[in-house]
Write a protein that binds this ligand. Sequence first.
Ligand SMILES: *[C@@H]1O[C@H](CO)[C@@H](O)[C@H](O)[C@H]1NC(C)=O
Ligand SMILES: *[C@@H]1O[C@H](CO)[C@@H](O)[C@H](O)[C@H]1NC(C)=O
Ligand SMILES: *[C@@H]1O[C@H](CO)[C@@H](O)[C@H](O)[C@H]1NC(C)=O
Ligand SMILES: *[C@@H]1O[C@H](CO)[C@@H](O)[C@H](O)[C@H]1NC(C)=O
Ligand SMILES: *[C@@H]1O[C@H](CO)[C@@H](O)[C@H](O)[C@H]1NC(C)=O
Length: 474
Amino acid sequence: MYGGQKRMHENVGNNPLFGCKNRSRTMPRCRKRNVFVISPFLLVLFVLCFELYYWTMQPSTQAKWPTDPCPHKVVNDTITALKYSKTFIISSYQDNREQNLTRVVAIVDYKNVQDLYCWFCCSRSRRIAIIRAVIDIHTERFGLPFGSADIVCMEPQYCSPKYVSVHSSSKGTIEELPQFEIKNRVASTSFSAEFTVCLSVTFGNHSNVLQFIQSMEMYKILGAQKVVIYVTDYSQPMEPFLKLYAAEGTAEIIPWPIVSYINFSSFWSSSQDWLYGKSAVLNDCIYRNMYRSRYVVLNDIDEIILPIKHLNWKTMMKSLEDQNPETGIYFFESHFFPHSVFASVDGFSSALWKTLPGVNILQHIYRVPNRMWLNNPRKMIVNPRKVVQTSIHSVLKGYGRTMEVPKDVAILYACKAHNRRETPDGYLIRDPAIWRFNASLISSVNDMLSKKFFYKHFKSPWNALVKNIASIFK
Ligand SMILES: *[C@@H]1O[C@H](CO)[C@@H](O)[C@H](O)[C@H]1NC(C)=O
Ligand SMILES: *[C@@H]1O[C@H](CO)[C@@H](O)[C@H](O)[C@H]1NC(C)=O
Ligand SMILES: *[C@@H]1O[C@H](CO)[C@@H](O)[C@H](O)[C@H]1NC(C)=O
Ligand SMILES: *[C@@H]1O[C@H](CO)[C@@H](O)[C@H](O)[C@H]1NC(C)=O
Ligand SMILES: *[C@@H]1O[C@H](CO)[C@@H](O)[C@H](O)[C@H]1NC(C)=O
């Protein structure tokens, strides 16, 4: 697939071994004379020669030569801007599903794509191998000048690289380049999570706290062990809950400071979707969880993939998989429940909830009818090992079959602000599918709020306290 375009460069100039060999070439001259003419004078010279050699070698080892190029300058940041090219590196992953590749998830300025090279740090031989990259720009670009791309390089043989750098040239010195750990080198088959939810970016002053907690609790009720949240910014009332979810191990919070790298307000886009690097986030999340989670659920925080026939995702997915064994990608049709239309649900609300800003999803059971002639947006549950490249509503490259899950099995419950003016409220359909979960949702949201109460009142050692108190209450 990528083989034809590869060239391998051995960057000898940056090889510290080569440097050492070069230097020791002064030595055989001394030794040679010793072998042929053994005289006291030459013996002294020989000793002197050695002394001189060590004297010059010792201090310069540290001063001049990179002690070890592997690794040199490893970066952990979620976004790294490359020098000399408008390229932003998110993370790098080994992908040996077809060939031994390193796949770097990146954002590129696709009007100015330059050649890029992977500088592999070979852990076996401690040398640098430089391979020309194939830049695979994702086909969905949403009218923006920046887009997601995979920077793909064949891994050199006999190298077992653990670190890679990306550079616009095959020349230079490794010390100047940031190195990225190549993750997923061990393809585990025992998963630490059955379901992981990948939320696309939360940004700005998101103060819809109640809906955030309700969605998080619904994911847990439905079977998620982990929710990955890429956070650009959050509001003050959100902070304690993000921390509580991180402390209990549900939320994996990844800082996403994209606005410090790309100024989105200077672009016009036909779609809000790509804004804030949503598709790069989803691709990173897929690879991050490839060998950690059996399934990955891709949706936004105001959306829930809601089973209609089953009580949770596990039994739903088991039944879907039994009927469609070749399928790894399942689509769920979006059904829109506007924030502006309320049902009276006095029994479903508690006094505690009124203290929080935001929407109570149990009040929103009226949905906009989906129009047959329109392609309604979908979200997905995927087997991440069957995905090569994903977008927000579809998988761009993958393996195996895909399936549109019928709406009597599950829907994507999307509870959002009303933006479809054309549907008068009278045409809305009453659909209380979310109410099936009322009892478990109410009790788990209340649980969370009581943890927040303790967090507020015993802030300093809250981490340990919350755990202890929570276990007493259980
Ligand atoms: C990078 O992460 C590792 C562990 O994940 C940590 O030990 C190291 O200190 C981090 N380095 C930086 C520069 O943050
Ligand atoms: C990948 O590399 C490993 C050793 O590093 C080798 O055993 C394996 O055959 C390679 N796989 C492919 C598909 O080339
Ligand atoms: C965030 O939103 C709240 C209420 O919606 C408002 O009071 C606050 O000023 C906003 N903060 C910022 C930084 O916009
Ligand atoms: C972003 O671009 C807009 C329009 O070009 C400009 O008004 C604004 O000051 C820029 N913001 C930053 C943070 O650079
Ligand atoms: C609320 O949940 C309970 C327990 O699961 C269920 O019996 C009841 O029917 C639900 N209420 C509604 C209105 O769906």
